[in-house]
Design a protein around this ligand. Sequence first.
Ligand code: AMP
Length: 416
Amino acid sequence: MLLQVPRGTKDILPEETPVWQEVESKARRIFSLYNYAEIRTPVFENVTLFKRALGDVTDIVQKQMFVFKQGDDHFVLRPEATASIARAYLENNLGFGVKLRKLFYIGPMFRAERPQKGRLRQFHHIGVEAIGLTNPNLDIEVIELADKLLREFGISNYKFVINSLGCVKDKAKFADLLKQALAKHKKVLCKDCQKRITKNVFRVLDCKNEKCKEITHSLKIGQSYLCGDCKSHFDKVLKGLDKFGIKYEVKEQLVRGLDYYSGVVFEVVHPDLGAQDALGAGGRYDYLFKELANKEIGAVGFAFGEERLMLALPKKESSKKLNVYVMSLGDKAADKSLELVKNLRSAGVSCDFDYSDGSLKSKLNEANKLGARFAIIIGDDEINKGKLVVKFMQEGKQEEVEFVNAVGFIKNILKE
Ligand code: AMP
């Protein structure tokens, strides 16, 4: 039987990688405009990190961690990077001497979920973390940066959905209000949600069961649980988004799946993605550092799912094409051709050689399939004349060029 990739994982094939590279290089360019520096943390961490950071009763920790044991140690393939980056920030003292550390990351994440469209077991995040301050202007910058990235990728029709969970006290008040409101409907909720009311009431708001959704959508809790400071922080963020012309919808059911979130939380949704409609998500997590190291450090960030970005991108032809495909006929010509291939590459012209023993026709066919702009043909005849043939693949014409002038000839046309 043919071996296959594990369910919920995907090969990103050579036809697809140019788009991934383009998205990532655009993201890197924009991150550097906003003064974010890249951080690369290991893809596995000690299991305690995620239990402490995400919360014991979150879905990720309870059901979705790929855990493995090595000797006496238990590790987990990272389900997300925020906890790892917080760990790295503390461990490497990245806050030393600076008020704010702006970090970005790009890489694979792993969650043992039931695979379905838009939901993989290995997927990729592009994300940022701004660590050190609680200023609402920073929330605005982070959301504006997310918006800038999407626009730069050419994605449209997305929408920001935003809410505030408030500080720890507010969040507890919010949880109580939810519990009271949901208790009245307990019998109608699904079995899982009946348990969630006591264990982790916020999870009820993410339930996909139609009845549960109907009930949660009918709840009218508003932002009544927010204290004065958190309310004014939230208002400032919304005003800032208005000023930047960023469209959003305030949604009181938005809570995010992880315990560490507090204050402003947001998601970016796109109508073309179907049931899994979140392109990305983020928010404040001012209490994560308290949880990990008993330190008061404000932080805000977001992560986009790269696979979902790919689904929302406008379709276009890849612009990365091979410039030249060189082919020879006869042994003498092969030596000369390989010398030319080397010279073209040294001059920065992408170039490949046909190593097969096939006919000229089959070699030209290959050049066509590769989408090469030019085919260069060198045979014994050409060697004797000190010339070669440049075939313009699209235009269907060809020219004889002196061997010594070949690199300059190609470079000149590519410049046009
Ligand atoms: P989260 O860390 O769950 O807030 O996820 C942030 C973003 O990552 C989501 O909005 C999705 O775009 C993407 N994402 C999360 N989980 C998956 C998954 N299992 N498969 C593919 N993309 C995912």
